[in-house]
Design a protein around this ligand. Sequence first.
Ligand SMILES: C[S@@+](CC[C@H](N)C(=O)[O-])C[C@H]1O[C@@H](n2cnc3c(N)ncnc32)[C@H](O)[C@@H]1O
Length: 416
Amino acid sequence: MDLDQLAALRTPEGSAALDAAARVAGGDPLTAAAALRSAGLPAGLASAALTQAELRRRAVGKFGPAAARMFLTRPGLEQATRGVVAARRADRLRAAGVRTLADLGCGLGTDALAAARAGIRVYGVEADPVTAAMAAANAEATGLAELFTVECGDATAFDVGRVDGVFCDPARRRAGTGRRIFDPNAYSPPWDFVVGLAERVPYTVVKVAPGIDHALVPAGAEAEWVSVDGDLVEAALWCGELARVPRRATVLRGRAGLPADAPGVAAEASGRPTGPDGCHQLTGSGVTEAAVGPPRRFLYDPDPAVVRAHLVAELADVLGATLADPSIAYLYADAPTPTPFARCLEVTDVLPFSLKRLRSLLRERQVGRVEILKRGSALEPEKLRRDLRLAGDEPASLVLTRVAGAPTVLVCRPVG
Ligand SMILES: C[S@@+](CC[C@H](N)C(=O)[O-])C[C@H]1O[C@@H](n2cnc3c(N)ncnc32)[C@H](O)[C@@H]1O
């Protein structure tokens, strides 16, 4: 996609082409292209419209119904924040008092649009001309052009004195190859610039990879890890006035859409879960260690946001639970307390790991279907499944782990 193609798609003829492409997208691409050409569309316009239609279909999981109006590039979509995450972040910025925001490296504008939707005036800066033009087109397509404007340029040159807040989601993929960048010093804009923003702007938020090393979290910043439907999707550093606690785990459930009226941030929690609206937050220091004891009747497998935020001890406190190994994030308790922060299983058997013993126990129970979870075990679940040579109709959950350092398998069943 280039600027001319984007301009063509934004004419009335282009808009009709996009509508036609949406009707035929999703099936065989050759048949779809032939259908558009036989409807009289020029080949170039048909191809650009079809690409957009395919990207919009793919974007529904991230943006919900709003995807149908957006202009997208493949790399832009891959790097874009999920709508539900952007909406919560925007609400939190607005609730903190941010009224003007710079989005430095705004990409296709997902975060900027969410902030604009929350009533914040957003100035986007984007280095790539096509992406910048698409972000502007997205502002218009969503009726937010008065609140979100985009300039094409280098984010490091933006005068942050013009705004009271800044958001930066640096590129973590190499332009051209799309390969992931793991070293923050290779991010664009560069890491030094990104973390230095906090010293220049009182309300600074930086989106980072969920694998970020805790040692890179700037002193005094709040580091938040976010999961959606159990998938760890990102981390964010909330700096300056925005930092409330050292560590936060935010667990979002089943709302892939980008509702215009996304609900506000759940009340602040201090080590306690909150959130009646599909958003649950656990906070804490990130340095507390949970007590260790023997395995107990109920096992909790914490959400990855809780684990990455180093809040397993805080969750243990909420659940009255303990670890069975100081280095493994499974928790054990005597009661099945419902929690959005972990999956709960009832432990029926605890065995030192032995293939022979496990096989004979599962045969005895007529277990024919197993799900296999593991932490702290080098075993390959699929190889184990084959080696077990299961026969029977009963289901079971197997947890491969260590108990006080010893390789152990727990036979479990899900708690409703
Ligand atoms: C991770 S993407 C942003 C995605 C965006 N938050 C979203 O959800 O749609 C980072 C963007 O920063 C842009 N970028 C990288 N370095 C930049 C710089 N120095 N100035 C402006 N933009 C830059 C890249 O072109 C890319 O589009």
